[in-house]
Design a binder for this molecule. Structure first.
Ligand code: EPU
Length: 438
């Protein structure tokens, strides 16, 4: 794919687009299919690169995957799960962080697993220590090798009691995917409770798992001997929906996002309204629009659910460059998620990043030299520039900035955006954006 987009910005985005299933759920539900003795069917699957990567990994492990792209359906048959060749798995290295979640299911099915060096967005260190600690506590033996990590389970994995130091999404998923087939009871304290995790619990329960979500972030799992396949329709992608909502706000536009759902977006909608955006929810989706007048500055802190998602932050910051006054954003989930603002500053935005915690929430990054707070002073007109996509969400933010700026911007590295935004160029066209490929 050609990686350069010429974007002629300065016009409001108006029209309707559709979002399908959540990237950060679908990929995990695909992995869950490995645990079943019978085939699974997943619906509302978007055509994004992360899904293609997980499909490839599953196929390497003997899972037969039939995709109906137009219908958004995947049939996953794990009857013949087998060990994949290290070199084949290694070819997937660098493309995704999902392979780490294969560990539990593969250890149950095959007694061993190999995980290549992990990819994903460059938004911080993104260690996997919680994942490996969890797997060790279940009884897995973890061995670091030159190309990646080799795991084995000499005996069946045993249920255990674990407290996470931070409610990590991936570590919670790791625990769920491992505990459902382990011997005995597992209890997790400090669990993440994002809607995507709740939907993974729905899937696992359909497969035969026994999982209860107690108060105060405690999840209890009673291991079972056998799980069946599932049939499930993915929850909608609330990150993509919020990204288009921010695009509507930044460009002074009006976008109906078919498929967007309110319950998973309550926190975003409150913030959207405080900034001065309007929205209307109906049974099919949510209309997001700029009602005219000035946008207002806000103070914002990202957090785990039910807080304001870190993935909503970057697109919204572009809209905040158009708000009147000083906005303060404190990022508490990733230590390095403001790299994308350099390009915005180059386009005329006034943004200063700080190492201090500019907010009241407890944060792991204060006093540790990470630029994890930002002050945005607006409104500032943005001007066209030559910009390079840094990561998935930062990349979409650059796209929004280019659409907001008058003149023709060159946005390089747009193929990164395909990892999580389905057919984004078709959607841009549907919204009247002016752009061309080299
Ligand atoms: N962390 C550790 N050790 C670990 C795991 C995580 O220190 O072993 C730290 C991370 O470094 C980070 C924090 O815990 O500072 C939270 O990370 P988490 O594990 O919750 O994130 P993740 O599972 O790697 C998923 C999404 C991210 C999303 C976060 C938070 C997927 C594939 N990715 O990542 O999505 O930002 O949860 O909601 O589900 C994206 O879609 O662009 C994206 C980055």
């Amino acid at each position: 794919m050609n990686d350069l987009l010429y974007v002629n910005g300065g016009n409001p985005l108006r029209g309707e687009i559709t979002v399908r299933g959540a990237k950060n759920f679908v990929s995990k539900a695909m992995v869950a299919a490995l645990l079943g003795e019978t085939p699974s069917v997943l619906r509302n699957v978007p055509q994004i690169r992360d899904v293609a990567v997980v499909k490839g990994l599953l196929e390497l492990h003997g899972v037969r995957v039939e995709a109906d792209d137009a219908a958004g359906t995947l049939r996953l048959d794990p009857s013949d799960v087998e060990i994949a060749h290290v070199a084949d798995i290694d070819a997937h290295a660098g493309s995704s962080r999902i392979p780490i979640l294969f560990c539990g299911p593969l250890l149950h099915r095959l007694g061993e697993a190999f995980i290549p060096d992990l990819g994903g967005c460059r938004i911080g260190d993104r260690p996997i220590n919680y994942h490996l600690d969890i797997l060790r506590q279940f009884g897995a033996v973890v061995e670091k090798r030159p190309q990646g990590i080799y795991l084995s389970a000499p005996r069946r994995l045993q249920g255990t009691k674990i407290a996470l130091p931070y409610p990590s999404v991936g570590a919670t998923e790791q625990l769920l995917l491992t505990a459902v087939r382990a011997d005995g009871i597992t209890e997790l304290a400090g669990a993440a409770i994002e809607p995507e995790i709740m939907d993974l619990i729905n899937v696992l329960q359909k497969m035969g798992a026994i999982i209860s979500v107690d108060t105060d972030r405690v999840i209890r799992i009673e291991g079972v001997e056998r799980l069946e396949g599932y049939q499930h329709t993915s929850l909608s992608d609330r990150i993509e929906a919020a990204s288009w909502a921010s695009a509507a706000l930044a460009t002074g536009g009006d976008i109906y996002v078919r498929g967007a759902t309110q319950p998973e977006m309550t926190t975003f909608l409150n913030t959207f309204r405080k900034v001065g955006g309007e929205f209307a929810v109906d049974d099919e989706g949510i209309r997001f629009y700029h009602p005219g007048g000035d946008l207002r500055s806000i103070q914002l802190e990202t957090d785990v659910h039910p807080g304001f998602m870190t993935d909503w932050q970057q697109p919204l910051v572009v809209a905040l460059t158009q708000a009147k006054g000083l906005s303060i954003v404190h990022e508490t989930v990733y230590e390095n998620r403001f790299g994308f603002v350099d390009a915005l500053v180059g386009m005329g935005a006034t943004i200063q990043v700080y190492k201090e915690c500019l907010g009241g929430r407890p944060c792991r990054f204060g006093q540790r030299n990470f630029y994890h707070s930002a002050v945005i002073s607006g409104p500032t007109p943005l001007s066209a520039a030559d910009i390079e996509v840094p990561d998935l969400r930062g990349g979409f933010s650059h796209l929004i900035a280019a659409l907001t700026a008058k003149g023709t911007s060159q946005v390089r590295g747009i193929s990164l955006i395909d990892r999580g935004y389905e057919h984004f160029m078709d959607k841009l066209s549907a919204l009247g954006a002016e752009f061309s490929r080299d």
